[in-house]
Design a protein around this ligand. Sequence first.
Ligand SMILES: Cc1cc2nc3c(=O)[nH]c(=O)nc-3n(C[C@H](O)[C@H](O)[C@H](O)COP(=O)(O)OP(=O)(O)OC[C@H]3O[C@@H](n4cnc5c(N)ncnc54)[C@H](O)[C@@H]3O)c2cc1C
Length: 433
Amino acid sequence: MVPAHGVMMAKFDATHSYYRATAHDAPSHFPLEGEVTVDVAVLGAGYTGLSAALELAEAGYSVAVVEAETVGFGASGRNGGQICTGFNKSMAQIGRMIGEEYVQTAWEIGDGASKLVKDRVEKYGIDCDLKWGYLHAAERKSQMSDLHEMQEEFAKFGYTETELLVGGDVKQRIGSDRYVGALWEGRAGHLHPLNFCLGLAKAASAAGVKIFERSRATKLNTGDRPAIHTAKGVVRAKHMILAGNAYLRETEPYLYRRIMPVGSYIIATEPLSESEAQAILPQDDAVANCNFIVDYYRLSADRRMLFGGRATYSGIEPKDLGSFVSPRMLRVFPRLKGVQIDHVWGGHIGITVDRLPHLGRIGKNTYFAQGYAGHGLALSNMCGKILADTLRGQAEKFDVMTRFKHPVFPGGRFRTPLLTLGMFWYRLRDALA
Ligand SMILES: Cc1cc2nc3c(=O)[nH]c(=O)nc-3n(C[C@H](O)[C@H](O)[C@H](O)COP(=O)(O)OP(=O)(O)OC[C@H]3O[C@@H](n4cnc5c(N)ncnc54)[C@H](O)[C@@H]3O)c2cc1C
């Protein structure tokens, strides 16, 4: 451990996160060997893939999930654990993009996503520290009008478990001088993301899903007879679901051109004392600020501060990730100066050009969902279910989600430098506003 920016640092490791260190025991699944034939082949054992697999298996389909590493290896096992409501855009913006007549269904998808998480935790008895309560925190007065609009929009759709907090009231909920106000929501919250993912995998296995770990898909057949090929085997199916999201990369070029992997990083402090935790987040809410480059944080079940923020668009990992994130935590909570950082990790968020999920079909029999833009804990569960429902002949929600147009990222092979430049502008805007 070396001190940096007033905190003691743990060595960075992308996968040995706080979540891995506190994961429940889970069975390993054998790699794919030889040929397997099922109704539906799913690539990726994150929330999207497991959600679809679980729904389909419960509906009587035979399903195999092919995972390059282990269950929850991708964003689903590393994220901030924040269960957000809806989409990255307001319903008014969504209405302009897909047509007013589809807005009610879009709302039901976004709002239903967190309810789906809740229902699954209850139904399958998933032990994942689920808590409700979420704050959108405003650093500037100009952001308060956005929060006010958000609250009014939520109310229009019947969601009234919200509270607008100003001045001193926000300090009762977040022990920081940084904020001028906040919007509290009761239907959003937080959980232990990896334990939730492992719980989904357990439920899927119990429903009959075959999960193959350490089985990287090297070639996909997206034609009439879908197949996932790995180094040692192949899964052939009537239908295929691609749920590799930001980790799939060039394996499927059509999807890769429409998604950009963005690095996001989290630190976990040592456990705080009960009084320190009370002073920081007395109601144990999850918090995200309203800036373009978002700070997101919450307490873990054992009272560690899990603080996420900053982003990399270049594909290059910063050398000292702890020092990359910790100044942001100290800006919000100077009282945490000197606290030890026990874990530092990161992962890839899949973003689309318009920051909305990308669902669709390739050929006749291959479906996909990706690009939740950092808003995917609940939404990916819902979108996996939407893909499963579509295969079962209920495509109403799929038809609405596929109304979003998803252009390719401009710049071809120069798209990463272009995005880095664009994001620099947003960072500057956050800093100067
Ligand atoms: C650091 C971080 C913080 C985040 N915080 C939040 C948050 O607080 N709230 C929120 O709502 N969202 C958050 N997100 C986003 C959220 O985690 C994702 O939207 C969600 O987990 C996406 O799930 P997924 O199943 O689509 O993808 P993933 O979980 O990434 O799963 C894809 C899986 O596919 C596998 N795969 C890829 N290629 C292949 C291949 N060729 N062969 C076989 N398998 C393959 C991968 O190994 C991986 O396991 C965060 C993401 C990150 C990285």
